[in-house]
Write a protein that binds this ligand. Structure first.
Ligand SMILES: [Fe+2]
Length: 415
């Protein structure tokens, strides 16, 4: 299946912009910062910078440029993530053991591949398959930009000195939201999935009909103050509120508050360092289990991914994204469907009817993960603005908390 290729700016300029953003995101880090892997789900910054470069080397340059020469043959093993059809790879939990190549060597690798891609675009920039793969590579790199930030937040959160990843981030203003309300969403049979305009990942296809039951969806995100009420009501000690797997996880891991919240529930660790919790900002860094338990406690449920999508498709994707330079969720007056936090849905991450993965190795990109994970929607405060859309599906295991993950409520029936 070809990937629609509709860059809004010339592709070489888009390529330069996206590639430069990755380096800029890491510019406040020391070389030591970029090596550490704080848990198996976290990849070191240096690895992210190299892996996205490998993606262009392996899936664009090597198949389409006979004159391309690798900078280092060993990088193919080190920086392959999970593409078994492309070869063997370094073990994911050991990415933090790689003191070599150095950060400087990784940056040189980036420049080597950048120059080769720009030459290829100059020489064969009208080749539809090359264009499609470069656009896929840029969207892949934007996904890793978000991962770079979420992962380095987890790394820095382990440090008792509580350093800021970026000390120059803006601090959002705080304003009290309206009381939580619900609006009736469309019911009946509706088309969902990628519209066919612009880029999409294969997991957003094919567009198809879905049946929605009568429902109402929350007009905003759940706030820190509301989540604090849930904690103070004893929810983490009430088995009635939890899914069985959630209750087991809460007890095994001794969870009693969102990841990064201090024990006194007054402050939290952010990419800007330790800060007071804004009671009006959306709650963040909660698992699916916590989102589901909160919804039950509130007399509601989580929206399905299609209830979310039909609410979002009427809106222009705008909100608190990476470019806002807050890098933390912010209180707001709108729906906040886009930006701030990825929103847990009650929908398992599964293939759409008639789903076909991309051909070849790139078929490993999304399809093989469609088991045991939940769909999240809407992007976050560390997602690039031009990376999100109503049909976009991301996915996490239900115990994941290190991503910017939050809560919107829904209810059955109409008002
Ligand atoms: Fe990747």
């Amino acid at each position: 299946m070809p990937i629609p290729a509709t860059a809004t700016t010339p592709l070489p300029a888009d390529f330069e912009r996206v590639r430069a953003t990755s380096v800029e995101l890491a510019s406040t880090l020391s070389p030591e910062d970029t090596v550490v892997q704080s848990m198996p789900d976290v990849s070191p910054t240096k690895w992210h910078l190299a892996h996205v470069t490998w993606f262009f080397e392996r899936f664009v340059l090597e198949p389409f440029d006979d004159s391309y020469r690798r900078l280092n043959d060993g990088y193919d093993f080190l920086f392959n993530s999970y593409y078994y059809s492309a070869g063997q790879m370094h073990a994911r939990p050991k990415r933090g053991m790689l003191t070599r190549p150095t950060l400087d060597e990784v940056l040189a690798y980036r420049r080597h591949v950048d120059a080769a891609i720009q030459k290829l675009l100059h020489d064969r920039g009208d080749d539809a398959e090359i264009i499609s793969r470069v656009i896929l590579g840029l969207n892949h790199e934007q996904q890793h930009q978000e991962l770079l930030l979420t992962d380095i937040l987890h790394v820095f959160a382990q440090n008792p000195l509580q350093p800021a990843v970026n000390p120059s981030l803006r601090i959002p203003a705080s304003s009290a939201p309206d009381s939580y309300a619900f609006v009736t969403g469309p019911s009946g049979v509706h088309e969902v999935g990628a519209s066919g305009e612009g880029f999409c990942f294969d997991n957003e296809t094919p567009r198809h009909a879905a049946l929605l039951h009568e429902h109402r969806i929350g007009t905003r995100l759940v706030t820190n103050a509301e989540y604090r009420e849930f904690i103070e009501a004893g929810a983490y000690h009430d088995s009635n509120l939890w899914l069985s797997d959630g209750w087991a996880t809460v007890n095994e891991r001794c969870w009693n508050r969102p990841l990064y919240w201090a024990e006194d529930l007054e402050s939290q660790f952010t990419l800007g360092g330790q800060r007071d919790i804004d009671p009006h900002a959306p709650v963040c860094h909660v698992s699916y289990y916590e989102a589901d338990a909160f919804a039950r406690w509130a007399g509601a449920r989580l929206p399905t991914e299609f209830e979310w999508e039909l609410a979002a498709v009427a809106e222009t994707p705008a909100g608190n994204f990476m470019e806002s330079r807050y890098w933390t969720p912010a209180s707001g007056s709108g729906s906040q469907l886009f930006g701030d936090v990825w929103e847990w849905t009650s929908s398992p991450y599964a293939p759409y009817p008639g789903f076909e993965p991309l051909a070849g190795s790139l078929g490993e990109y999304n399809g093989k993960f469609m088991c045991n994970q939940m769909t999240v929607r809407g992007g976050s405060c560390v997602t690039a603005t031009d990376h999100i859309r109503a049909s976009y599906r991301s996915f996490f295991y239900p115990d994941a908390r290190w991503q910017f993950l939050g809560i919107r409520l829904a209810k059955d029936g109409v008002a």
